[in-house]
Design a protein around this ligand. Structure first.
Ligand SMILES: [Zn+2]
Ligand SMILES: [Zn+2]
Length: 361
């Protein structure tokens, strides 16, 4: 029976009042092709023929008793949801969302965005439940006129984003299809090659004069070689030109706001930015001094693990580590030191440090 199911496939009882037009009282039982339409002005349901009859001549008042709203034919449409309240709520939400289409990146903080969403929700609630409808409507219109440019920009952005997403999904589907095809072809080729190899071996066994064991051994070697070659070619898959690869971006994201990526957090520094870099001196790799040369080469010294570099680093560090050490003053006395002009920086500095330690200024 065609009566068994109605919109959405929900089984219905015969005589269900949803299947009777409230205007002409004709029922779906007698006219299985009857379609119901609603007008978002008042959401009163009526059949298609009633809409044609009453509103073809232009706007007319709603024929449902007690509802005097003026309806237009072009605004009638098919009901999407079974429940007319849901239908109405979806319409209102759509209308509000069209005006209040701010994006999260337009707000300084997430809290601001959430406040905005809450305000929009309050407005939607008012419209849904008939609280201060006229005031809310006028607020909505005012906002829409004031922010017309932003609203249209955001609408365009949203449209582009959804278009991009669709294009990307299509490209991914195409790529997956190509991959599947390549895998299938590879499998076929391998099968064919295997069969050919087997046929060859049989031929040789029948007509050739080689011993059977040799023939089998040779065929196994050839097969192994072929397989290895196939694996190598698989490791470097050559995509046909024009195929979108995973890395290349075939889309141009026009109009997308250039948002600065948040700077990645630096690893935790327990020293609070303090480094062991010296501001007063640069440690050289090699300091020239006869005494140091001896220490470098004498196995009596180096055998124990002693390194001159370590000594120089330490000497330099100690020379400059004191607070209020004025390098200029210390360098002035360099000529008096043993070693003369040939003395390296390290030695001079070490001597200076030693003097400073003893309290000799
Ligand atoms: Zn009707
Ligand atoms: Zn009505």
């Amino acid at each position: 029976m065609s009566k068994a199911t109605a919109r959405g496939g929900v089984p219905r009882r015969p005589g269900d009042e949803d299947d009777i037009c409230p205007v002409c009282k004709s029922s779906r039982y007698l006219n299985p092709n009857m379609r119901f339409l609603v007008n978002p002005e008042c959401y009163h349901k009526m059949c298609e023929s009633c809409v044609d009859r009453i509103f073809s001549q232009g706007p007319a008042p709603c024929p449902v008793a007690g509802c005097n709203r003026t309806l237009r034919k072009q605004r009638f449409r098919k009901q999407t949801f079974e429940d007319i309240q849901v239908e109405r709520e979806v319409d209102i939400r759509k209308r509000v969302a069209k005006v209040f289409n701010r994006r999260q990146d337009e707000f300084e903080t997430l809290d601001d965005y959430n406040d905005y969403l809450e305000e929009v929700e309050t407005l939607t609630f008012n419209l849904l439940n008939g609280v201060d409808v006229s005031a809310t409507e006028s607020k909505l219109t005012e906002y829409a006129t004031q922010n017309a440019s932003i609203i249209s920009r955001n609408a365009t952005l949203e449209h582009q984003e959804s278009a991009n997403l669709e294009a990307r999904q299509a490209a991914e589907r195409e790529e997956a299809r190509l991959r599947r095809e390549a895998a299938r072809k590879e499998e076929e080729d391998e099968k064919k090659a295997r069969e050919e190899g087997r046929k060859e071996v049989l031929e040789q066994l029948v007509h050739g004069n080689k011993p059977a064991a040799d023939v089998v051994k040779e065929s196994k070697r050839v097969e192994l070689l072929k397989r290895r070659r196939a694996q190598q070619s698989r490791a470097l898959p050559a995509l046909p030109s024009g195929t979108p690869s995973a890395n290349s971006n075939p889309f141009t994201f026009k109009g997308l706001k250039s948002t600065a990526a948040p700077t990645p957090e630096k690893p935790y520094d327990p020293f609070g930015g303090l480094t062991d870099e010296r501001s007063y001196y640069t440690l050289q790799d090699y300091y020239e001094h006869p005494w140091l040369d001896r220490a470098r080469t004498d196995t009596h010294i180096t055998a124990g693990g002693y390194t001159v570099t370590e000594y120089c680093a330490r000497a330099m560090f100690e020379a400059f580590s004191g607070l209020g050490v004025f390098v200029g003053e210390e360098v002035a006395g360099r000529g008096d030191l043993p070693g003369g002009n040939g003395a390296g920086d390290a030695v001079a500095a070490a001597e200076a440090a030693a003097r400073a330690e003893k309290g000799v200024s």
